[in-house]
Design a protein around this ligand. Structure first.
Ligand code: XMP
Length: 522
């Protein structure tokens, strides 16, 4: 299912991904300007161009060298489409190479990290930028010679061609990364290109998509089709459910699987909102015995995740089979899950943890997918959720992982450990939210560490486990910083856990950033 703006002249920006770490960031920055953007791989760039008909093209950075024989190849015909092109880092080098310039290993010209940019020509692309701003470089190759028609707009100490342009053809290049926060005026440069040079249409507003999304669901599902959807209570599946429900009402059948690994009040909250408030057809499947049974004796974190993922699919498959009339599967899949990225096409990626999501159901369920959010980033889904009237407590809630409390209950998962963990987690949430502190935090939760230590409760000696508080801030979960709370709040959390929860002799605070630590403990 696609947005109406992805076919026909979009007035948007097509971003060609050469394997950049920051490609999604470029796409988000463009969308924040109110302009539709879409990412594609080099091999499909021309095809996508014809389909989308963008008003501008951005060529991303990438880890390779343009002169390597197997470097990502883009058909140079993209340069003859009559729209402005901005090359970033590798993108600039590719642009230089295909317009008569020369790219070589940088040797003394290699630059990593912050560097000062001296602006020589402050028009169009660099309009309003400070004359000596800081920019973020990360390149081992450099443009050694520019092709005919190009001029230099800015330079840095080791990099004479830091910003270049051939204005007659609308070609621009930046040797540094404008999309990262460390580049001063980077956002302004992107804005100058997208709005000033390319005059892209500023009609992208995810909040306004409600009606077109509803119409698209109706068109796909038809007047009699039925949809089954796995509701987790998280933002994505909730927004997808409400949207699809608006489109087809009682022909949407939601299934909520209680895996026994939920936080306190979670199941009741989902029932209250979706069944009682929205009057949706919601089936709650209590599969906690089955999940906990399968997890018995399992201590390896990856093993735990795999079991939870597998059992979820089994339970969901059984329920979907009972809904015989449902030919469609609703999912809250987001754009980052479907982007045709170089990494997704066999680039260098490694599995740090095998993530499990409700959206990760197997294709052989033999149902047609209904994924109304598949062209949206998370913050855009939140905007859509707000527009749909979903409560802020749901739309802005902290992420909760698919495997639930299992990845916060170290070692074997048992009811004996889940009960105190749940109680401690509720206390952390209550105290953070009662003090309005959740806005500065990405996640805030408790972890059960099965390590006995000695304590004194009342007059008795106890020998109980450890509760760890994990409080982190983050933009996108790729990196995270540990955070403190005001001391009185920390004291209250600690004292409440030690007094109200049976099973913990000690409360500790995790002060590890990501990397090298991850946010979850397993
Ligand atoms: P880590 O622990 O890898 O987590 O730093 C990054 C973010 O992802 C969440 N997370 C998951 N979410 N299924 C999910 O839906 C999973 O299996 C999963 N594992 C981690 C985690 O809560 C954090 O926000």
């Amino acid at each position: 299912m696609s947005n109406s703006q992805t076919s026909g002249p979009s007035g948007g920006v097509l971003i060609v991904d050469f394997g950049a770490q920051y490609c999604q960031l470029i796409a988000r920055r463009v969308r924040e300007l109110g302009v539709y953007s879409r990412i594609t791989v080099p091999e499909r760039a021309l095809f996508t161009f014809e389909h989308m008909r963008p008003a501008a093209v951005i060529l991303s950075g990438g880890p390779r060298s343009v002169y390597e024989h197997d470097a990502p190849a883009l058909d140079p015909a993209i340069l003859h489409k009559g729209v402005p092109v901005l090359g970033i880092c590798y993108g600039l080098q590719w642009l230089a190479q295909h317009t008569g310039g020369l790219v070589t290993p940088a040797q003394s010209g290699a630059e990593y990290g912050r560097t000062e940019l001296a602006v020589l020509d402050g028009q169009d692309l660099l309009a309003g930028c400070r004359p000596n701003g800081t920019v973020w470089m990360s390149h081992g190759d450099k443009v050694a010679k520019l092709g005919p028609g190009f001029t230099v707009l800015a330079q840095s100490e080791p990099c004479p061609f830091a910003v270049v342009a051939d204005r007659s053809r609308g070609f621009f290049g930046l040797q540094f990364h404008p999309e990262v926060a460390h580049t001063e005026d980077g956002g302004l440069m992107l804005k100058n290109f997208v709005l000033g040079v390319a005059r892209c249409r500023t009609d992208w507003n995810p909040g306004n998509l409600v009606e077109s999304k509803i119409a698209a669901v109706r068109e796909l599902v038809g007047s009699t089709g039925e949809v089954v959807l796995g509701l987790s209570g998280g933002v994505d599946s909730s927004v997808a459910a409400v949207l699809i429900h608006r489109a087809i009402g009682q022909r949407l059948h939601c299934v909520f699987v209680d895996n026994g690994l939920l936080r306190q009040g979670e199941r009741e909250g989902v029932e209250a909102l979706f069944r009682d408030h929205y009057h949706m057809d919601l089936e709650v499947v209590d599969a906690s015995e089955r999940f906990l049974g399968e997890l018995r004796g399992v201590v390896d974190p990856e093993q735990k995740r795999k079991i939870i993922g597998r059992v979820f699919v089994e339970v969901f498959r059984e329920k979907a089979a009972q809904k015989r009339n449902a030919k469609f599967l609703g999912q809250g899949t987001l754009y980052p899950d479907v982007i045709e990225s170089v990494a997704a096409h066999g680039g260098a990626t490694s599995t740090i943890k095998s993530h499990h999501n409700v959206g990760g159901l197997p294709k052989d369920l033999d149902l047609v997918l209904v994924e109304p959010l598949r062209d949206l980033f998370k913050d855009e889904v939140r905007a859509l959720g707000r527009e749909l009237g979903l409560p802020s407590a749901l739309v802005d809630r902290q992420p909760f992982p698919g495997p639930g409390l299992a990845v916060r209950c170290l070692g074997e998962v048992t009811r004996e450990k889940l009960t105190p963990l749940r109680a401690a987690d509720r206390i952390v949430r209550e105290e953070v939210e009662a003090n309005g502190l959740q806005r500065g935090l990405w996640q805030y939760f408790a972890v059960y560490v099965p390590q006995k230590s000695v304590g004194v409760k009342g007059d008795a000696r106890v020998y109980e486990d450890v509760c760890v508080l994990r409080l982190v801030s983050s933009q996108d979960a790729m990196t995270a910083d540990w955070e403190l709370l005001p001391l009185p709040v920390l004291k209250r959390i600690s004292s409440r856990i030690l007094n109200e929860v049976k099973g913990f002799a000690r409360v500790c605070l995790d002060i590890s950033s990501k990397p090298p630590a991850t946010i979850e403990w397993e």
